[in-house]
Design a protein around this ligand. Sequence first.
Ligand SMILES: CCCCCCCC/C=C\CCCCCCCC(=O)N[C@@H](CO)[C@H](O)/C=C/CCCCCCCCCCCCC
Ligand SMILES: [Ca+2]
Ligand SMILES: [Zn+2]
Length: 262
Amino acid sequence: MPSIFSYESAEIDWCEGNFEHSAIIAEYYNTVRRAISNLLYGSGEPLRDSLLSLALWALVSAKPGLLACIFSTYFHMTLSYVGQLLDELSILWALAAAYSFWYPKVYFPKFIKSRKHFFWLSGVTTLITTLMSFIKPALNAYVLNCIAFHLLYLTWRELKKCNDKRVHRTAAAMVVWWVLAISSWISDRWLCGFWQAINFPYFHSFWHVLIAMSLLYCCPLVIYFDVNYELPSFKPKIRYWPSDSWFVVVPYVALEKPYKQC
Ligand SMILES: CCCCCCCC/C=C\CCCCCCCC(=O)N[C@@H](CO)[C@H](O)/C=C/CCCCCCCCCCCCC
Ligand SMILES: [Ca+2]
Ligand SMILES: [Zn+2]
C-alpha cells in the first residue's frame, strides 16, 4: 500500500506527462509556472501604497494565499495525496480567511448579527468542509472553483452601485483573466487526450499564471469595497502601476483622506 506521501499517490493527475524533464519533479512545467505565478501573486503587495491595505493584505490573504501557492508547487512536484490535500485545504482556508475579514456585512445572513458571529459561522463551515474534503478528494477542486461564481455575483452586485470607471475596468479585467484561467483548467482536465495527441499538455500550467493575474485584480477590488463599507472617512481610489496607458497594469488601492470641510 503506497504511503500518502508517495509520488503519484494523489487522486488527480494533470495532463502534463510525469517525470519527463526531471527524476524528482513529477510535472516540470506545472511546478515551474506555479513558482512564477507565486512571484506574480506576491508582486502586487509592495504596490499597495497605504498602511491600511498593507496590513489587511498581510494579515489575511497574502499569508494563507501564499501557502496555497507553496503547497500547489509541492503538489505538482510530487503528485502525492498529501500534496493534493495541502494544496486544496490551503485554498479553502485562504478563502475562509478572506471571507471572514472582508465579506461585507450587508450580505450577512439575517441570523448573523455581527462580524464576530460571522467569524464563528466561517470557522464552523470551514471545519466541516475540511473534514468533507477527505471523502472524495477528486471533487475538491471543482467545489473550490465554484466559489468564483459567488465572487462574480458579489462583484456584479457591487458594480451596480458603483460609478467609478476604474473599478469597472478592474472588475472586467479580473473576469477576463478568470475566464481564461478556468477555461485552461477545464481544458486540461477534460480534453487531455487531445492535447497529449498534439503534444501540447500545458494548459494547467497556463491556469496558474492566469488565476494569479485574476487574483491580482480581485484583491484590490475587495480592499476597495471593504474600505467603502468599513472606513467611510477615507476615499479609496483604484490606481494602476506603471500607468493607465499600459495594457497590462498592476492595480492597487490608494486611500485619499477627503479634505476637511471645516
Ligand atoms: C470577500 C471574499 C474575498 C475573496 C478574495 C480572494 C482570496 C483568494 C485566496 C486564495 C485563492 C488562491 C487560489 C490559487 C490557487 C492555487 C492552487 C491551485 O491552482 N491548485 C490547483 C492544483 O494545482 C487546483 O486544481 C485548484 C483548485 C481550485 C482553485 C480555486 C481558486 C478559488 C477561486 C479564486 C477566485 C479568483 C478571482 C476571480 C473571481 C471572478
Ligand atoms: Ca501528469
Ligand atoms: Zn496546479
